[in-house]
Design a protein around this ligand. Sequence first.
Ligand SMILES: Nc1ncnc2c1ncn2[C@@H]1O[C@H](COP(=O)(O)OP(=O)(O)OP(=O)(O)O)[C@@H](O)[C@H]1O
Length: 389
Amino acid sequence: MNPSDLLGKAVLSETIPRLELRDVCRDYEGARVVSDLTLALMPGEVTCLLGPSGCGKSTTLRIAAGVEAPTHGEVRIAGRKVADPSRSEPPEGRSVGLMFQDFALFPHLDVAGNVAFGLTCGKAEKAARVSELLARVGLAGYDAKYPHQLSGGEQQRVALARALAPRPAIMLMDEPFSGLDNRLRDEIRDETLDILRDEGTAVLLVTHEPDEAMRMADKIALMRRGRIVQVGAPYTIYTNPVDREAAAFFSDVNVVHGVVKDRQTETPFGLFLTPGLVDGADVEIVFRPQHCRLDFDRQEAPVRPTVEHGVPARGRVARARFMGNQSLVELAMDHDGSILKAVIPGVFMPREGTPLVLSLRRDHAHVFPCVNQSRVADPWERHVEQAAE
Ligand SMILES: Nc1ncnc2c1ncn2[C@@H]1O[C@H](COP(=O)(O)OP(=O)(O)OP(=O)(O)O)[C@@H](O)[C@H]1O
C-alpha cells in the first residue's frame, strides 16, 4: 500500500505540505505548554523541532501523530484537516510512521514479523517489502532472528524498517537515536536520513541536541517555552540567531554590554551601530568564542584595528584548555574583569596571566537589546515615535 491509499486516495502533491500545524495550542490542567505553533513540512524535507527539555517538543509531535488533540488550532495532512479541538483522527488514519527513543520491538516476533507488523497487503507482497527493507537497512538475512539476539544498532535499524514498511507520508521521530553510543549514532543517523530522503518522506524529528539538529535538518524550528522562536536552515539559525538565548543554544557565547547613544554603542571592541534603539537602551553584543582572534600584547608592535576584527581589547589569560583539535582560552578582560572565551584552532596554551589582546569578527557579532534591561522602559525607537503620534 502506498501513502496515497492510506490518505484515502488523496493525491500526494509535491507542493502541498505533507504536515501542517496551524496555530496549535495545547493546555494541560489550565497551563499552556504549546502556544500558537505553526509549522509546515514539505515532502522529502527533514524538520527538527529543537529546544530545551520541557519546551513542548514531544507534545507537538504527539499532536501531529494523533495521540493527543490540540486545545486550539488544527492539524492538516496533505491538505486535509485531521484534527481540531472538536475532532482528532487516530494515528492509523494519518499515514504517519513513528520512531521513538524506546523503539520497543515486539519481543515475541522475529525481525520479519516486526517489520511486516503494520502491513495489510497479501503474503507475497509483504515478504517482498520486508526483504527490500531489510536489505535497505543493511540487515538482509536477519529475518528469523529475534530482537534479543540483536545489538542496539541492529534493533534501531529494524525499528526504522518497521516504521518505513507501510510507506508513511510522514515520519515522526522523538529522540530516536539517543539510546545509541556516539559512533553508532552518527552512522545510523546518516543512514536513516538517506533512506528517508530516498523515500521522499517528510520528517519531523524532535531533539534537544543542537549538533543532531544541525547534522540532520533541512530546517530547524527552535522552540522555547511552548513557542517556535525561529525557523530556518541550520546555517541561518546558527549565523543569524533571533536573540541571545537562541545564539547560546548552539554554543558558548561571549556577551559585552553597552548603552545606546545616538544610534550607536561604544564598547571596548569599538563602535557598533544600533539603529532602531533609543538612547539609554542597554544592549548586549553577542559573539561566539569561535569568532575571536587572540594576539600577543606587544607594546613595540601593537595590534591595529581592522575593518574585519574591529578594535582589540586587552586581557590576561585566566585559563587555557586543550580540546582535541582546538584550544579554549579564557581571558580576564582589563576593562571590567569579565571573562571572555576564545576558541583557537590547534594547540595554543598560553600560561595563566599572559597578557593578550582579543578581537572579534565583527560580521559575526550580534547586537540585541537586553531582555531584562531597566534603564529605559522600551528599547525600540518605533514605540517612542508611535507614542508621539
Ligand atoms: N500528560 C501531561 N499532563 C500534564 N503535563 C504534561 C503532560 N505531558 C507533558 N506535560 C508538560 O508539558 C510540558 C512540555 O512537555 P514535553 O514533553 O512536550 O516537553 P519536551 O520539550 O518534549 O521535553 P523533553 O525534551 O524533556 O522530552 C512539560 O512541562 C511537561 O511537564
